[in-house]
Design a protein around this ligand. Sequence first.
Ligand code: PHE
Length: 449
Amino acid sequence: MNERDSFGSKFGILVALAGSAVGLGNLWRFPYLVGNNGGAVFIILYLLFLTIICLPLMITEFVVGRRSQSNVFGAFKVLSQGKSGKAWGKIGFISVISALVILSFYSVVGGWTVDYITQAVCFNFKEGLDYEQTFRYSSENAFRPLIFTLIFLLFTAVVVIMGVNKGIEKYTKVMMPLLFVMVIMLAIRSLTLKGAGEGVKFLFRPDWSKFTIDTVLSALGQSFFSLSIGCGTIITYASYVKRNENIVRLSTETALMDTLFALLAGTAIMPAVFAFGLTPAEGPGLVFVIIPQIFSQLPMGGIFAILFFVVLFFAALSSSISLLEVMVAYLIEEIHWSRKAAVAISSLSVTVLAVLCSLSLGMLKHVTLLGNNIFDFMDKLSANILLPVGGLLFVLFAGWKMTDKEYFDEITNEGSLHFSPVFLKILRFIVRFVAPLVIVLIMLVSFLK
Ligand code: PHE
């Protein structure tokens, strides 16, 4: 039997995981949700869910992925072998669907970043330009966004075809540190603008009148989305992680890095929004309408704009390859397709849905599903429903189907790592009781309201 592909170095795993976590979720989705949901209250809820649910869940996905050494579909089959309840083997399927749904709108936004790079490189973003009009042109036009979406998907597919070690690891190793430096630069620039203080207040001073069940559900969804939890990306990557790595440390480091990126992105965007007297509740166009406008009014803004959209593109790419890898690993290991065929077929299915998402902002605007256009529907369906439900099933499996011994053996590398017994008890308690109850409660309240 062939050895499974695995990551070459500890640094390589960390950047690949951080590469999956850090993406449009941090730089595009987080700032616009913060803007729509009143700022600090949303951020507090987001941080709370991140700590009490998503970090334990991430550790749990690591446990499942590394123990089973399998893709998300096979993982549950392998681990439930010899135990009753074959149905668990099917959980993985929800994950493959979630990855497909996320990629369908993610690649459209990825396409916008490619479009904006080309515009920035041509120094199109001048003072006085109508930026809403520009964004509308880039997002609502029938063909233009489709071409850029296809380019984005092509990049994704090429990296995934090259395989884990040669493709994903090599490429994220260079991009992540670069990305970090650029976002810090942008945040510093934004904070030093005149009038930036209002934006800082918006980010960090809570206005509790903004607390609603929708904010709670969006914050829960965003914490799943941002950490790439609930759809098996961590399970898939974890299956490539060596047996002697400390998975608690890896998860904590990934979560910290991801949170840092989100907060930095918020800090890069909100103060500038206020400094220029613009509105934070701009929706999915926020980054695309506001950022080039801000840059156009700054010295050397043209160069900053190019940098920013290049950063956004690479962040998006390292996440989209992790999403495609979920689908591809499933097709290779469960259906026994070649990597190339698996990439081709999964990219093709994503393309069909992506075309619908993109057209739903223009030509198909009138088509609505439960009051949302197709793009928003896919976005909400995945972040607020599919990921939390996937996560719920993962914790139920790990909490109630795996024994304490199996769970702890994997965390402690069969006893060779030592953690405080209190930490292990709390973790297990969260996995068995807290996480499932909180997820179920929030979903019930938001559906019954
Ligand atoms: N976490 C990624 C981001 O923030 C998106 C993603 C979600 C990737 C789920 C994989 C799985 O952009």
